[in-house]
Write a protein that binds this ligand. Structure first.
Ligand SMILES: *Cc1c(COP(=O)(O)O)cnc(C)c1O
Length: 423
């Protein structure tokens, strides 16, 4: 059973100030989870989580994570600017970008962040953009082939655009050492949204063994190993959540088997989690505004794929709770749709739910990461507000909803909608 972190009564109060649709985040859940992560890796004195800003680029939420020592994983100018704005700078920034424009390398160096190279040709690009190579550099590794977990789920690194081959990473480390780089990091992201405790330990083994070979053969100092993102969340109610303590212990075991005997017990472990940090602690709240009976039963809501794109683009499952009907029988079958002129704009297809009445509030679960941030403006739809449910139960607006004036702001030579828009 998935239980929303807000009740119907709370939402009825909130909508008096902030109309639906909106994203709402659970501060208590966020804090409990980040504490558990830090504790799970507390055996490693250098441990740091670099929150993947793209998942939920909201400065208020970034600030909460920063209270626990989290930095930012950025991959664009805007994400660097956001980090700077909340006071996350220097080695608290990991710049894990790809296909990188040179000015972004320069911007990262200006903030003192760590550059994580996606490709060997970027050594020269950084020298050109920055004027020198920073003393600390990281490289992204791609082992190719398939990455298979024991539950049969796999990802296909050999088919992904990211990272360097093993030969390239050896070459890159040699070149950069010669050019005066002193501290090196290794990074890899081999599988996405893994709902199993074994992903990080398996990835750690690959990276730790590579680190030992690199240190031996090139003589560099490997300062950190970045396990990146990929720890998933149970979007479906029948999935079992990862246990971050078990994951932390699994990584520790491999660390003691591989790095300690090689005399590399000073290597810091970094992570770049996004989904795991915020996914379950955000929900999209929307209201049923239309019902339609044709060849199927449709419920139209006031949110659409512009507010949460994952179902439309990946066919991703997001659990839905009809607020106030948590204990009712799920004896109706619905497609829950948004209003885009796109047939894929459906939050759920053939979903068993309680009978929905017009005006009911639907809580779409696990929208806290890669939710609002993926929003777009197709069909002239506006991105919704973001609210924070604080620990004392009060609600804080942490991003206002877009207005039509925002939408038309880039067409300022026209006077659009002046008769229609009152705001
Ligand atoms: C997207 C991304 C992450 C975060 O991934 P999650 O699945 O949200 O944990 C981390 N690092 C990099 C480089 C990414 O592109």
């Amino acid at each position: 059973m998935k239980k929303p972190f807000v009740t119907k009564e709370q939402i009825e109060e909130i909508v008096k100030t902030y109309p639906t649709p909106f994203h709402i985040y659970d501060e208590r859940g966020i804090r409990e989870n980040v504490r558990a992560l830090c504790e799970a890796f507390s055996w490693n004195p250098g441990f740091k989580e670099y929150f993947a800003v793209k998942a939920t680029p909201n400065p208020f939420l970034m600030q909460i994570l920063h209270e626990y020592g989290c930095g930012c994983d950025c991959s664009s100018m805007a994400e660097l600017a956001l980090s700077e704005a909340v006071g996350i700078t220097g080695k608290d920034i990991m710049f894990s970008s790809n296909d990188t424009p040179p000015e972004e390398f320069a911007c990262c160096e200006k903030l003192g962040g760590i550059i994580n190279l996606d490709d060997i040709t970027h050594i020269e690009a950084v020298e050109k953009a920055v004027g020198y190579l920073p003393k600390t550099m990281s490289c992204r590794f791609n082992p190719g082939g398939l990455f298979v977990l024991s539950n049969g789920i796999m990802d296909n690194p050999g088919d992904s655009k990211y990272g360097m081959t093993e030969a390239q990473i050896f070459e890159a480390f040699r070149i950069m050492k010669e050019k005066g780089v002193e501290h090196f990091g290794i990074h890899a992201f081999l599988a996405s949204n893994t709902v199993t405790n074994e992903y990080y330990p398996m990835l750690a083994k690959v990276l730790f063994e590579l680190a030992v070979r690199l240190a031996k053969e090139t003589g560099v100092h490997v300062a950190f190993i970045n396990l990146s993102g990929g720890i998933g969340i149970p979007y479906r109610p029948d999935q079992e959540a990862n246990d971050i303590r078990v994951i932390g212990e699994g990584v520790r075991k491999v660390y003691e088997e591989v790095l300690i005997p090689a005399g590399m017990g000073d290597v810091a472990i970094y992570t770049e989690l996004g989904r795991f940090m915020l996914g379950p602690y955000g929900g999209l709240v929307t209201r049923a505004i239309n019902e339609k009976h044709t060849y199927k039963e449709y419920i139209g809501v006031d949110a659409c794929a512009a507010n949460l794109m994952r179902p439309a683009i990946y066919g991703a499952y997001h659990h839905i709770t009809v607020l106030g009907k948590e204990d009712a029988d799920c004896d109706h079958m619905y497609d829950v749709t948004g209003s885009l002129c796109e047939n894929c704009d459906k939050f759920a297809v053939d979903r068993k739910l309680p009978a929905i009445d017009m005006g009911d509030y639907l809580f779409i679960h696990d929208a806290g990461a890669h939710g609002h941030s993926m929003g777009y403006n197709y069909n002239g739809k506006l991105r919704s507000a973001e609210l924070l449910l604080q620990e004392d139960g009060s609600v804080r607006l942490i991003r206002r909803a877009e207005t039509l004036n925002d939408y038309f702001a880039t067409l300022d030579c026209f006077e659009i909608g002046k008769k229609l828009i009152r705001q």
